[in-house]
Design a protein. Structure first.
Length: 403
């Protein structure tokens, strides 16, 4: 029975509606021909709805014409009609099939090689070693080496790495580097000037000292003047010659220093603002030569700012000596803005703070900031600021012969 149902579904069925004066005679003829009708429903005395197999469709149609009945196809079911609809949309289903095929093929390659944790070891060195091992963009996954072999060989060639991890995540190869810690790293940050003294390059109050070599001549909380010796590069003193051993001073001396600065900010600000409109063109280049195309005209307006971007072609991670240059011209407009006194004062303090941080270097820090004077004159806000900072005030001074 199950096989019979499956066969009917595969053959297909058609639901029809028939009406006419000789509907009764037609039904007797159908029974005589042993045609199977399913789900027969009388809609009225002269109209009937039923389902037949697709194989009996032409016989039934011929009999309907014989008895001059009106026929209407209500519904089509089964595999033949599904196949017919699919054939009409064959290019759509072909596209879906090609998409999944392309997806499977593309997912069989490595498209990204990410390196995580390399701070001391140059990333270019690691990538060159990975290419030797067969790990690069465009490589088949099936051709990749085993993880244990890669880790072992990379550790042998990278002495600064204590552990290397390697795994594949989809189309990405992930390399994790754990580098060896260098305990002496903080010592390398203190410059060595050779046989020199360290003297004060400006007046200040000593707050901290980090001396690696030399003999300190000042202490914390001492007030020093510009040019005063802070650390001597000579150790000890011989009783006969009265001279000590020249070793050179090395270290940092942090002092508290005071600065005063004057800043003026106009209340009416004028600046350029991008409008969002832009024009761009692409030009090929070979080596150092750019092949210009005559049809592209640069914007003649002065309100366009030119920018160039190089887009080299790459194959298998290797940069080729030719590619494209994208020239982009962005339109700008002059924007005028009026600042309030408080906004101008805040802008002045920000600019003065940034300039002070640049002057004292990465080791310096601002510990106090005060506004000494503020006034508005001729459309500008004038500020006089006081900064209290901590910075390295030591500078080298060569040790002269005979010292």
């Amino acid at each position: 029975m199950a096989n019979n149902i499956t066969t009917k579904l595969c053959v297909g069925k058609v639901q029809l509606e028939c009406q006419g004066e000789r509907i009764q005679d037609w039904l007797r003829q159908v029974v005589h021909e042993q045609i199977e009708l399913e789900q027969t429903i009388w809609l009225d005395t002269k109209k009937i709805r039923f389902i037949i197999l697709l194989t009996d469709f032409h016989r039934v149609v011929r009999m309907i014409r014989q008895y001059r009945l009106q026929m209407k196809i209500v519904q089509k079911r089964g595999m033949p009609f599904i196949v017919s609809q699919a054939y009409k949309r064959k290019f759509f289903f072909l596209g879906i099939g090609l998409f999944f095929l392309l997806l499977i093929v593309m997912s069989s390659f490595i498209w990204r090689v990410d390196i995580v944790g390399s701070e001391q070891i140059p990333e270019g060195v690691i990538r060159s070693l990975l290419v030797r091992e067969g790990i690069f963009v465009g490589q088949w996954k099936t051709a990749l080496p085993k993880a244990e072999e890669v880790q072992h060989r990379l550790l042998e060639q990278l002495p600064d790495a204590s552990w290397i991890g390697y795994r594949i995540e989809g189309t990405r190869a992930l390399i994790v580097i754990v580098e060896k810690k260098r305990i002496e790293k903080h010592l390398d940050e203190i410059p060595s000037y050779g046989p020199v003294h360290l003297v004060a390059r400006k007046q200040g109050l000593i707050r901290d000292m980090k001396i690696l070599k030399g003999h300190p001549e000042v202490e914390v909380s001492d007030m020093v003047k510009k040019g005063q010796r802070l650390v001597s590069g000579i150790y000890g003193e011989d009783e006969e010659t009265g001279k000590g051993q020249v070793v050179g001073a090395q270290g940092k001396v942090f002092g508290e220093v005071w600065y005063e600065t004057d800043v003026a900010i106009p209340l009416n600000q004028v600046g350029n603002l991008y409008t969002g409109r832009r024009e761009q063109a692409y030009f090929p280049y070979i080596g150092g030569q750019v092949l210009r195309i005559d049809w592209f005209q640069r914007p003649k307006s002065r309100n366009f700012t030119p920018m160039s971007f190089i887009q080299p072609l790459q194959i298998m991670g290797k940069r080729l000596p030719f590619g494209l240059i994208r020239e982009e011209y962005r339109e700008t407009m002059v924007q005028k803005r009026h600042l309030s006194v408080s906004q101008a004062a805040l802008l002045a303090r920000t600019q003065a703070r940034e300039e002070c941080l640049k002057m004292i270097g990465k080791d310096g820090k601002i510990i106090e900031e005060k506004v000494l004077h503020q006034n508005v004159e001729n459309g500008k806000v004038y500020l006089k600021l006081h900064f209290d900072v901590i910075e390295d005030i030591a500078t080298p001074q060569p040790i002269l012969q005979g010292e």
